[in-house]
Design a protein around this ligand. Structure first.
Ligand code: MSP
Length: 518
């Protein structure tokens, strides 16, 4: 029976162009979505842009354009980048779209009806970069400094508040009984202890801003930021409309993939809003780490910024799949990461020496010694311990990948198939097929070696489909398998004896030609 898998990325601010951080989350989500499609799950990947708020308003004013013009332009840049990077999202939600507006107004109306919203005065500190109100205590511990290093701003104005305090205990109970709700585990603990320290009601409107969604009962106010942004996860599913089949099919989200700096909003505000709406909570939130570049925070002035141009250059030189592999294999998923050009180059070499080299050798051997036709291996009784070891590693790959994907261990998802290729290479060295080929009495043994190594690289390639979608398809096609649309279950069956392989060019060749080279 197939399951459903609803995965989301954060919706990104289109006040500046995308960079490595946005690309990272989106590629990780794409890898997960591709895996779930591969195992036959009904999968829905959502991304989009978060277009309202002070930051957008201000950047637009600086550029002498309307916020909606800025949003249209930069949102378009995100959209076409995802196309260029072959991201397989099923929808792209913009918070300035009428469907999102309608949904947010429906949500606010429900919260008002539940008496979970009241009018008060907001006085305090505000982190403009993060679009986040900051409590006095927190402001003090942060030395009145915003996340982006600038001073916190001060505010006092009428504002609608959401009764976050009403739901905090229920959320705490929920967290205590759902330790899997937030990954990695350390982040779960951080959220729980901060929540235990107490929360305040949440300011959710601004009367001084026009660029936003009007409050349904009081159009002088616009809905402010986090409640607007978080609602994208259900507005894209037509929540609150007469035709909410998508919502009923896909909600609750199976995974909200986010960067660690926005965990609190996802792990506390969002569940409390959903509790008030009476809707189920998401199944899991994964907060990944942050990229540095060359050991320092990315910055245009420091010259270590990894923006679109740099990423295009990287993909142009090493291929888009190598870029994906590099992003995944660099650190255990959840930890902070550090971009080094040399490491990207090393990832290319690693793929070339393992997967690329292994496929190349196996194909060459089968063509040279058996005309490209997969020979039958000898009976089990004649197999050696090394054969069993490799066959076992091959058979263990898909179950290990299932476990790694279920636990969001994306670096393992990338590394496990590569390790299998490495083992096949070692096995080939030891088996010395060129020597076997010289001795007619060893023909059976050579058949066994060819069969076991072909099955092994076939399995490794299939396991790489979510991570290296282009190279894996190409590799599989050289192995005589058309993978498009095939499910993992089918790919788990060994290749039949007599299967015909197709010769091809090596998978990882360095190129200086343009981008889009997979
Ligand atoms: N609009 C909010 C999110 C609302 S979600 C309901 C926002 N947008 S953002 O444009 O600032 O994007 C933040 C996200 O981009 C992070 O959560 C992370 O996914 C990604 N990254 C941005 N910079 C990053 C790094 N340096 N490293 C890794 N990812 C980071 O916050």
């Amino acid at each position: 029976m197939s399951n459903k898998f609803y995965i989301t990325t954060p919706i990104y601010y289109p006040n500046a162009e995308p960079h490595l951080g946005h690309v990272y989350t989106t590629i990780c989500a794409d890898v997960l979505a591709r895996f779930h499609r591969l195992v036959g799950d009904e999968t829905f990947l959502l991304t989009g842009t978060d277009e309202h708020g002070v930051k957008m308003d201000r950047t637009a004013a600086e550029k002498g354009v309307e916020p909606c013009q800025l949003a249209d332009r930069v949102s378009g840049v995100f959209k076409s980048l995802w196309q260029e990077l072959d991201i397989t999202h099923d929808d792209f939600i913009r918070t300035s779209s009428p469907r999102h507006h309608k949904c947010v107004q429906a949500i606010i109306s429900r919260l008002l009806a539940n008496e979970d919203i009241y009018l008060g005065t907001y006085e305090g500190w505000y982190d403009e970069g993060q679009e986040e109100f900051v409590t006095e205590t927190e402001a003090r511990t942060r030395n009145y400094i915003a996340f982006n290093g600038k001073p916190l701003a001060q505010f006092s104005e009428p504002s609608y508040f959401f009764r976050l305090t009403k739901y905090a205990d229920r959320l705490l109970d929920f967290l205590n009984s759902h330790p899997e709700f937030i990954l990695p585990q350390e982040r779960f603990n951080e959220v729980v202890s901060k929540l235990k320290a107490g929360v305040q009601d949440l300011s959710i409107s601004r009367a001084t801003l026009k660029w936003g969604i009007p409050f349904p009962n009081d159009p002088e106010h616009v809905v402010y930021v986090w409640i607007d942004a978080l609602s994208n996860y259900i507005s894209a599913l037509d929540y609150g409309t007469d035709n909410d089949a998508r919502f009923r099919q896909f909600w609750p989200a199976d995974l909200h993939l986010i960067g660690k700096e926005i965990l609190w909003f996802h792990a506390v505000y969002w569940p409390c809003i959903l509790l008030s709406l009476g809707e189920p909570l998401p199944r899991q939130i994964f907060a990944h780490g942050w990229w540095l570049s060359g050991g320092r925070k990315m910055s245009k002035t420091e010259g270590n910024f990894i923006g679109i141009e740099k990423l295009r250059e990287a993909a142009g030189a090493y291929g888009m799949d190598t870029l994906r592999y590099y992003l995944l294999r660099t650190a255990s998923f959840g930890s902070d990461l550090n971009w080094f050009d040399a490491e990207l180059a090393r990832s290319f070499t690693e793929l070339s020496n393992t997967i690329g080299n292994c496929l190349n050798r196996v194909l060459k051997m089968v063509f040279k010694y058996r005309g490209g036709v997969l020979p039958t291996r000898e009976p089990d009784a004649l197999l050696l311990p090394v054969d069993y070891a490799l066959m076992n590693q091959t058979q263990a790959l898909f179950p290990a990948l299932q476990t790694a994907y279920a636990a969001c261990q994306l670096h393992q998802c990338a590394l496990l198939p590569v390790e299998l290729a490495r083992s096949i290479n070692v096995y080939i060295e030891a088996a010395a097929p060129f020597k076997l080929a010289r001795d007619p009495a060893k023909a059976g043994r050579l058949d066994t070696v060819l069969n076991i190594t072909t099955q092994g690289i076939y399995t490794a390639m299939a396991g790489l489909l979510p991570v290296l979608p282009h190279k894996a398809i190409e590799g599989l096609s050289q192995l005589g398998v058309q993978a498009n649309g095939r499910k993992l279950e089918q790919l788990a069956l060994p290749l039949a004896d007599g299967h015909v392989l197709t010769e091809g060019t090596p998978l990882f060749q360095r190129s200086t030609t343009g981008y889009n080279l997979p």
